[in-house]
Design a protein around this ligand. Structure first.
Ligand code: AR6
Length: 514
C-alpha cells in the first residue's frame, strides 16, 4: 500500500504518545485468558478521539535514502518527511491472500522490541482513515512485537464515536507488574518503605523512590502523597497510609479517606488508569470482606461524583481468595447511581402527571450531569410542566445532554429550530435545513448502535422532513421501522405512542404502497 504522507507539522507533539493505552495493553496481556478486551478498547477509543500520535514503520524511498546523512540518521530512527515525498508503510501480511494489516506502535520502546525499522509519527485518526479508505487492509495491529492487539477495521468506526466511561476491574495480579498511570501504595506513616506491597513497590521502582520519599516527611493515616514512578510502568505512585485495624468505627472512615484521597491525587495528576492494592488488609489486619466493601463503595461513589471523568480503576488482589472477597463485595453494591434513581423517580412522577415532583427529581439528577434527566428537564421547561415555561432554559438542558450523545435531546434541538421559525414567522426552509443536521446526527448515532432507544422518533423526524432528501425506498423503510417501533411501545404501555403510531402509519400508506 502506497500513501502520500503529509508534512509532520500536523502531528501534535507529546512526550509519551499513547502511554495510557500501552499500559492498558500491558495489563490486558498480564491477565491472559481471563482478560476482558474492554480494558483496552475504551483507551483505543480515547486515543482515536484525542487523535494521539502513534509510530508507523515506513520504508523510505531510494531517493530519500540518498539524501540522508548516514552519520545523523540511522535505520530505526524516526524520519522527518520534509516534502510531499511518498513513504511506503511497512504493512504486515493479513489473514486473507493479498490483504494486509496496518502496524502501529504506541511508543519507541514498543517498537524497539522488534527488528529496527524507520518510522514516522502519524495522528491516529489519519491511520484509521487510511485503513478505512484502503481496500485490502484488514485492520490495525497495535504493538506487533510482543503485546500485539488486532483491531479489525469494522471496529474502528464505532470506536471513534463511543464515549468511553469509567469502569472498575477486579483482578488477581501483582501490582508491580500491572500497567497503570497511577499505582497506589499501601505505605506506613514514615513513607520510608516496609514489607508487603510497600516493599514490593520500592524494590520494583528502585532506590530513587526512597530518596524522593525522604523529602516528603511522612504522611498521616488516610492521607495520600504523590511521587514519581521510576522503574514502574506508571506516571506516578500515590502513597497512602491505611488504618491499623482496631475494630472502632473510625477505621472505616480512615480507610474510606485513603481511597478517596488517592482517587483525588490520581485525578489531579491527569491519570486515566489507577491500580489499587487491598489497603490495610495485610500487616494492618483489616478484615478483607469489610475492607473490600469500603474500597469498592468509595471508588464507585467517586466515579459517580465525577461523571465527566474517564478513569479506569484496577483492584489488584494478591491471591485468588482475596479476589473472591472483592467479587462478593462488588455484587452487593447497588448498581445504579443515585442520579439514575432520581431520574427514574422523575419519570414515574411525570407519567402520573405530577410534574412538580418530576421537575424536582430531574433537577437533582441534572445538576450531576445525568443526560436523561437533562433531556426530560428540557421537555418540562419547553412545555411549562411543573415549572415556568422557558424555551431558552430548555435549549440549554438539551445542549448539555446532546454533547453526551443523548438522541432525544439531539432531536429536540432540531425541533427547536422549526418551532422558533414557526413562532417568529422566519424562513421555514432554512430552519428545516438547520434541524436536518441534528436529525442526521441522531440517526447516525442510532445506526451505530450507540443509543437506539429513541429510534422510532428519529425515523419520524426523517419522514417529516426527508421528502426530497431521501429516496422513496429509504422513506418506505423508515416508515416500516417507525410503525414497528411505536407498535412495540404501545404494547409496553407508553401513553404517547398512539398518536405517533398513527402518524407513522400515514407515512406507511404514502410510501409503502406501490
Ligand atoms: N501486589 C498486590 N498486592 C500485594 C502485593 C503485590 N506485589 N504484595 C502484597 N500485597 P500490606 P497493609 C497485598 O501488608 O495491610 C507494610 O510493611 C497483601 O496480600 O502490604 O496496608 C507497610 O510499610 C494484602 O492483601 O499492607 C506498612 O507498614 C495487601 O497487599 C504496612 O505494611 C496489603 O497488605 C501496611 O499494611
Amino acid at each position: 500500500m502506497m500513501m502520500t504522507i503529509k508534512q509532520k507539522s500536523e502531528v501534535p507533539t507529546q512526550a509519551n504518545p499513547c502511554r495510557t493505552l500501552e499500559r492498558a495493553i500491558q495489563t490486558w496481556q498480564l491477565l491472559g485468558e481471563r482478560a476482558e478486551p474492554g480494558i483496552v478498547l475504551a483507551h483505543v477509543a480515547q486515543a482515536i478521539q484525542w487523535n494521539q500520535p502513534v509510530l508507523v514503520p515506513v520504508c523510505p524511498p531510494e531517493e530519500m535514502l540518498e539524501q540522508l546523512n548516514a552519520d545523523i540518521v540511522k535505520v530505526g530512527e524516526p524520519l522527518e518527511n520534509s516534502g510531499s515525498m511518498s513513504l511506503r508503510v511497512n504493512m504486515l501480511n493479513g489473514e486473507a491472500p493479498d490483504a494486509c494489516q496496518f502496524p502501529v506502535f504506541t511508543s519507541r520502546e514498543a517498537m524497539e522490541n522488534g527488528p529496527a525499522a524507520s518510522s514516522m509519527e502519524l495522528p491516529l485518526q489519519t491511520v484509521v482513515k487510511m485503513v478505512l479508505d484502503g481496500d485490502n487492509c484488514e485492520g490495525i495491529i497495535l504493538n506487533p512485537f510482543g503485546q500485539a492487539l488486532f483491531l479489525p477495521r469494522q471496529m474502528l468506526e464505532p470506536l471513534s464515536y463511543v464515549r468511553p466511561s469509567s469502569r472498575i476491574y477486579l483482578m488477581e495480579a501483582d501490582i508491580t507488574k500491572v500497567g497503570a498511570d497511577a499505582i497506589v501504595n499501601a505505605a506506613n506513616r514514615t513513607l520510608l518503605g516496609g514489607g508487603g506491597v510497600d516493599g514490593a513497590i520500592h524494590r520494583a521502582a528502585g532506590p530513587d523512590l526512597l530518596a524522593e520519599c525522604r523529602g516528603l516527611h511522612g504522611c498521616s493515616t488516610g492521607e495520600a502523597k504523590v511521587t514519581g514512578a521510576y522503574r514502574l510502568n506508571a506516571d506516578c505512585i500515590v502513597h497512602t497510609v491505611g488504618p491499623i485495624y482496631s475494630g472502632s468505627p473510625e477505621d472505616a472512615k480512615l480507610l474510606e479517606q485513603c481511597y478517596k484521597n488517592s482517587m483525588d491525587a490520581a485525578w489531579e495528576c491527569n491519570c486515566q488508569t489507577v491500580a489499587f492494592p487491598s489497603i490495610s488488609t495485610g500487616a494492618y489486619g483489616y478484615p478483607i470482606d469489610k475492607a473490600a466493601k469500603i474500597a469498592l463503595r468509595t471508588v464507585r461513589n467517586w466515579l459517580w461524583e465525577h461523571p465527566d471523568t474517564f478513569m479506569d480503576v484496577y483492584f489488584c488482589c494478591f491471591s485468588k481468595a482475596d479476589l473472591m472477597e472483592y467479587q462478593n463485595a462488588i455484587i452487593q453494591l447497588p448498581d445504579v447511581p443515585p442520579d439514575v434513581r432520581w431520574t427514574n423517580k422523575g419519570v414515574d412522577a411525570s407519567e402520573k402527571e405530577d410534574y412538580k415532583t418530576a421537575v424536582r427529581y430531574f433537577k437533582r439528577a441534572a445538576a450531576r450531569g445525568d443526560s436523561v434527566a437533562l433531556s426530560n428537564l428540557g421537555i418540562c421547561y419547553n412545555l411549562g410542566h411543573g415549572i415556568t415555561r422557558d424555551r431558552e432554559e430548555a435549549r440549554k438542558c438539551w445542549v448539555k445532554a446532546a454533547v453526551q450523545g443523548d438522541v432525544v435531546s439531539i432531536c429536540q434541538l432540531g425541533d427547536f429550530w422549526i418551532t422558533e421559525s414557526l413562532e417568529n414567522r422566519t424562513d421555514l426552509s432554512k430552519a428545516i435545513e438547520e434541524a436536518w443536521v441534528f436529525y442526521r446526527t441522531a440517526y447516525d448515532l442510532c445506526q451505530a448502535g450507540i443509543n437506539r432507544e429513541d429510534y422510532p422518533n428519529v425515523c419520524l423526524r426523517y419522514l417529516r422532513y426527508g421528502e426530497g432528501r431521501l429516496s422513496r425506498r429509504e422513506l418506505a423503510h423508515l416508515a416500516g421501522e417507525a410503525v414497528a417501533g411505536f407498535q412495540k411501545r404501545l404494547e409496553e404501555g407508553d401513553p404517547f405512542a398512539e398518536k405517533a403510531l398513527e402518524e407513522a402509519k400515514e407515512y406507511c400508506r404514502r410510501y409503502c404502497e406501490t
